[in-house]
Write a protein that binds this ligand. Sequence first.
Ligand code: ADP
Length: 393
Amino acid sequence: MKIMSINAGSSSLKFSLFEMNTKEVLVSGLFERIGIEGSMYTIKYQEFKIKEEAELKDHADAVRILLEKLIELKIIDSLEEIDGIGHRIVHGGSEYTESVMVTNKVADDILKLSDLAPLHNPAHYLGIKAFQEVLPKTPMVVVFDTAFHQTMEKENYLYALPYEWYEKYAVRKYGFHGTSHRYIAKKISEELGRDDLKIISCHLGNGGSVTAIKDGKCVNTSMGFTPLAGIMMGTRAGDVDCSVIPYVMEKEGKSAGEILSDFNKKSGFLGISQFSSDSRDIEDGCKEGKENCLLAQEMFTRSVVKYIAQYYVELGGADVICFTAGIGENSVDARRDIVERLGVLGIKLDLEANNVRGKLSKISAKESSSLVYVVPTNEELMIALDTLDIVNR
Ligand code: ADP
């Protein structure tokens, strides 16, 4: 069976087509600058890569070209070979606790939730509509970034703010990267042959979050009402006392929206290093002894360690700590710096085993009190697996 996984952004559409028997990616790619001048697409299959300009007025144009290309490149013989389409959706609010089949109500709900994810949900809705137009008979499923975190208890998802804000405006912690954390939990449970694990999953990419998982369910997570909260990230600040907002608004004559945009786009690694949001640049800077890079790296390490320590206590220990996403999978130094601080809990790395990139590997020392693993994430595959599962039901 073949399943397509889709991630529609406001001016982009990413796709991967999986052969589900082998979990192999048959073709993947990206349509960019949809509705903007200079639109183009990239398609990768086998050892080939196609990059072309094309007029993409809207998402429907992108979908149409994508499907034509799949036939033209003989990746499929007919559109009927696509058994299902899974869409990544950033926000499912409190209502959506798992992936579901798309109905008119589900699509409308996604649009209604735009209030909570104004940059993402409207784009996801456009993606759904574009596929419905071109492939009206193909079953479609939506997979929410927030869904996995819906098992958090109220004590963990509420903010200590006026309760009526929660009741009237749904102000609460939602958490994000749920599809990745769920994939990590599933993968490590398979690897260790156990479902009853206490897992601390560290998704450290340009955006990052740490999640506490018990028996396959989310107990707590570091992101909040929006993906701004939690650990320090590439350009996002992570946790900050929000009194900074009105204070700097007055000093700089900026609006709340502008300050929030600075929290999201000019902070984190970029804010502290003053030159890059990319952890590789920061690591290079550290090797050259640049003070701002050393400071940024140390602040990042401490912010991750703080959440791991909190969740270790909340879970009553941890069977396994997993590192994933760009930094988690690739940065030998970041993992070493983080795990070094966990020595007080008896957690220890095998420094040689830690010298690994992008591969499922055990990196803890024999005597470590918790296992430590690198587990490459695969959100697209998780979306395809959910889609297959729901289509088969
Ligand atoms: P996102 O999906 O949130 O955009 P990624 O998961 O792709 O982010 O992670 C991007 C981050 O991973 C960047 O900070 C990048 O520097 C880091 N990264 C990627 N490859 C490496 C590497 N080989 N060594 C260290 N960091 C890396």
